[in-house]
Design a binder for this molecule. Sequence first.
Ligand SMILES: [Zn+2]
Length: 355
Amino acid sequence: MATTSTSSRTSVSGISSEVETLRIKRVLSSKLYFEVPLSKVPLIYSSSYDIAFFGIEKLHPFDSSKWGRICQFLIKDGVLEKKWIVEPLEASKDDLLVVHSESYLKSLKSSLEVSIIMEVPPVALLPNCVVQQKALYPFRKQVGGTILAAKLAKERGWAINVGGGFHHCCAEKGGGFCAYADISICIHFAFIQLNISRVMIIDLDAHQGNGHERDFSKDGRVFILDVYNPEIYPYDLEARKYIDQKVEVVTGTTTDVYLERLDKALEVAGSMFDPELVVYNAGTDILDGDPLGRLKISPDGVVSRDEKVFRFAKDKKIPLVMVTSGGYMKSSARVIADSIVNLRRKDLINLEIPQ
Ligand SMILES: [Zn+2]
């Protein structure tokens, strides 16, 4: 005879009702969704995003002040004023528990564990309070930014978190410089607070987005389009099963081939799924010369790529959240700023403040 218990009862999304009830409670009591006045543009950044670690951050092939430099370029280019930028709140423990387990968050109290996630071995030698302040706090601010971006996107049509995009982290495991699953948390907030029930993740970072793929493996509300190089980290074959639309671009793929495959992929994705929110993971490690991504996309190619994704969402009137994700060269910040300037020029985003 079949038996039922509360813990085995599952909703349409495959989540037990107890877990979902707790999640709803946490999301509804969060402070991360605050009212943003019209004197601000939906561009989210905090100076605390940038990581300065007594110089040891240089051991990871990562421009750890990329986020601040993007904003500096935009201000210098005359398209942005500092006072227009939205400063997010830090994601609290309760916010992180919307997706993460207590045991995973507890594991981050070990500097060794964080050093493995960040791929910076000397971090293991630092007292955990220093690791918290210098690395995990900046990451938690970026998580707060990604979450707030969905609310702003719903209100304004689009939002860019100048940081975030930690797509290798899932509920139970970090890795590849990603300590918190900001994309997954952002989407759960949108489900509960924004009355959204269908989300498309467009992950165009060079690496496979195994974190969100694992988190939404059984969740039909999320459609994942992932364009990635299968020959590099994370080689997560299990997570690949959860990609709805997989486009593999091998080492050395050039700009023309990449953009042509993206055009087709967007067309197919648009015919397969009708999202109410797009989360665009816009890693710039597809750039030619990137030692980790190993693709050969030109800076202009990255600008065209972003334009295609924004046009895809705008044509269908779907709110879009962009996060900047990977992109490890000094040139990445300039390319991202150029891309934002291009989006403005093409009228795909509006950076004007109403007078
Ligand atoms: Zn990447």
